[in-house]
Design a protein around this ligand. Structure first.
Ligand code: FE2
Length: 211
């Protein structure tokens, strides 16, 4: 039974606080840095998979722009309750990003990569719950790079994970990723003198195909 004298939890009012303002500012700066990280890694992974230079370049552009919808949505948040609005940002930002790049006349490949960068290989992602190779390959590459770059970066609510921990988390959720792309990503990491994780007896050739 609820005690009548129970103190109500103190609700944080972010409406006019610097805390909220700083959080959004931090978010913007971090999103730009994150976009560049994802862009560089996506280019390298696509190149490792054997895609043409032009395709790698297109993917790099998609990498920079993949979260641009978050900026659009954050502008719309205004004074609305933060938690509800943040959830909206999380779920809607790929569609918002897609709308931006489409409006700006970017290629269909960039549009589709941006739209589907949160789809999971097992069909559990969003916005369209696409499954396996139905997810455009640009979206599948961005998914791997996005998760790794996010885990290894500082966030407003946590410190960056080290490389080994980030890879461990990703291996635990391996069903989210296209394994061929994940293995190419691992080769890139390995070439950057980072410790590679061995996935059983699997090996991959230069194009990322199983051998
Ligand atoms: Fe995103």
């Amino acid at each position: 039974m609820k005690c009548l004298n129970e103190k109500k939890p103190e609700l944080k009012n972010y409406q006019h606080s610097n805390q909220r303002k700083n959080m959004l500012q931090y978010s913007l700066a971090e999103q730009i840095a994150h976009g560049m990280d994802v862009s560089n890694m996506a280019y390298d992974v696509a190149e490792k998979l054997g895609y043409k230079k032009e395709e790698c370049y297109e993917l790099a552009v998609a990498g920079i722009l993949h979260d641009i919808g978050k900026i659009v949505l954050e502008k719309e948040i205004g004074d609305k309750p933060l938690i509800v609005e943040e959830m909206k940002v999380v779920r809607m930002h790929p569609v918002e990003s897609y709308d931006v790049v489409k409006k700006q006349g970017y290629s269909d490949f960039i549009q589709q990569s941006v739209l589907h960068h949160h789809e999971n290989y097992d069909g559990s992602g969003y916005p369209d719950h696409l499954f396996g190779d139905d997810i455009p390959y640009g979206g599948r590459i961005l998914r791997v790079c996005d998760v790794y770059c996010a885990l290894t970066s500082d966030r407003p609510y946590r410190k960056a994970y080290d490389h080994e921990t980030a890879i461990k988390f990703m291996v635990e959720d391996i069903r989210n990723f296209d394994l061929k792309i994940f293995l190419a990503f691992q080769k890139i990491i390995h070439e950057n003198n980072r410790k590679a994780i061995i996935l059983g007896d699997l090996t991959v050739d230069e194009r990322g195909d199983f051998v």
